[in-house]
Design a protein around this ligand. Structure first.
Ligand SMILES: [Zn+2]
Length: 412
């Protein structure tokens, strides 16, 4: 029999970077009801409860039952049963570095409630919706790659809380930029979507590696990367809104430097680049969803971006990790409801400067290809695949003749 003291020693904590959990009620000695905080927008609408990240102390070898509740929400003003379901298996870790997927959960749709059964093997265990990626992870990466020969670092602005919004430019400076394609990538617009950041890290590491494929790409491309678009949300364990409640992948048509400095900075640097006479041959922002996976383009009635999108979709579908649940969507206006403040980044960039701008959503649920929820390694691998896919997609089809291909390979 366990000593009484040990039972009462179980405690819950989320006072660390990215941590978030609401109140916890004790139902029985090892059974707890855990409220998921969720977030709403500036009008108190569009509640989304898709992030939890907490530590349980003092429960070594004790079989715990944890009920996650308060899951209902709203998406694009339509009610949802929530983002935490039977399909979204949480991850746990004993060191905050290596994350393991829970094999099963119980789910009661009528509440809704997700029930986790776990017996910690150590006195401290961390539990999260998906493997977390915080500002500290990015800071460590930036220290590691500092001074890399093909890397230029800039800061395009600051968040509401004064955190820097970095822009990395990766290219081989020995080749003039005018001969290159420009690929612009955006990661982690929404703070709960840590998978987007792991993919960013995979992409950045690949581009700066000695891999011949990466070196070839850097001779032909300028790759611009926003690795962290919502550092405040990531710090506090947020969902998809900035400090003032503005969704950072909406509102691209209502730029407000005070209320949404993140969008102002990110959008501003792209427009400045274009207005200085540089091209953006392709722009892509990477997101996560629960079970859907797809590629979406801007509402381009001219059809000009369609061949590029079809090419990209075809290439991506052949990769190891992209498993679309629907065909590419060419006229994505799903977020707009006819009032200002609903344009996402691709919609606005196309509207403002006709940028061929796309969005990818990747599921966090089990992948039909791998049979598991995407791991950190799967995400990093997709980062590499994404760069290769974008690079292949922006090649001018006319230059893909054998002669041009031969010319290209001798240049390496
Ligand atoms: Zn998102």
């Amino acid at each position: 029999m366990l000593p009484l003291l040990a039972l009462f020693a179980i405690s819950f904590h989320s006072n660390f970077e990215g941590g978030n959990l609401g109140s916890v009620d004790r139902i029985a000695s090892n059974h707890f009801r855990c409220h998921v905080n969720g977030e709403t927008d500036q009008d108190g609408r569009n509640r989304q409860a898709s992030w939890f990240y907490f530590r349980v102390d003092g429960a070594k070898d004790q079989p715990l039952t944890l009920d996650l509740v308060d899951l209902r929400g709203e998406y694009n003003y339509k009610p949802t049963r929530g983002s935490i379901t039977k399909d979204t298996l949480p991850f746990y870790s004993e060191d905050q570095r290596t994350w393991h997927e829970l094999k099963t959960v119980d789910f009661d749709e009528s509440v809704p409630l997700q029930r986790i059964h776990i017996t910690p093997k150590s006195n401290r265990i961390w539990i999260a919706h998906v493997p977390p990626y915080t500002n500290r992870n990015l800071a460590q990466l930036l220290v590691e790659i500092k001074g890399a020969p093909n890397l230029t670092e800039a800061v395009v602005g600051k968040s509401v809380r004064g955190r820097e919004i970095p822009l990395l430019t990766i290219s081989n400076s020995a080749v003039p930029d005018r001969e290159k394609k420009v690929i612009w990538l955006m990661f982690r617009q929404h703070s709960w979507e840590a998978g987007s950041s792991w993919a960013a890290e995979g992409a950045i590491r690949f581009l700066l590696s000695s891999d011949p494929a990466a070196r070839r790409i850097l001779r032909g491309a300028v790759v611009k990367i926003y690795p962290m678009c919502d550092p405040d949300g990531v710090a506090r364990g947020g969902v998809r809104f900035n400090v003032y409640g503005y969704d950072l992948n909406r509102n691209w048509d209502t730029v407000d430097p005070i209320k949404m400095p993140e969008i102002t900075a990110e959008r501003g640097a792209i427009l400045q680049w274009i207005d200085a006479g540089h091209p953006v041959n392709i722009f892509l922002t990477l997101h996560n969803t629960e079970t859907a996976e797809y590629l979406e383009g801007p509402p381009d009635t001219s059809g000009a971006t369609r061949p590029l999108m079809e090419r990209l979709f075809q290439i991506l579908s052949q990769t190891r990790t992209f498993t679309p649940t629907r065909p590419p969507q060419f006229d994505a206006v799903s977020t707009t409801i006819g009032k200002p403040g609903r344009m996402n980044a691709p919609q606005a960039l196309f509207h403002d400067r006709k940028v061929p701008a796309f969005l990818i959503e990747q599921r966090i649920a089990k992948s039909p290809k791998s049979g598991r929820e995407p791991t950190i390694e799967d995400r990093k691998a997709f980062g590499v695949e994404l760069i290769q896919s974008l690079w292949t997609a922006v090649q001018n089809p006319a230059s893909e003749s054998p002669a041009a291909a031969g010319g290209q390979s001798t240049a390496n």
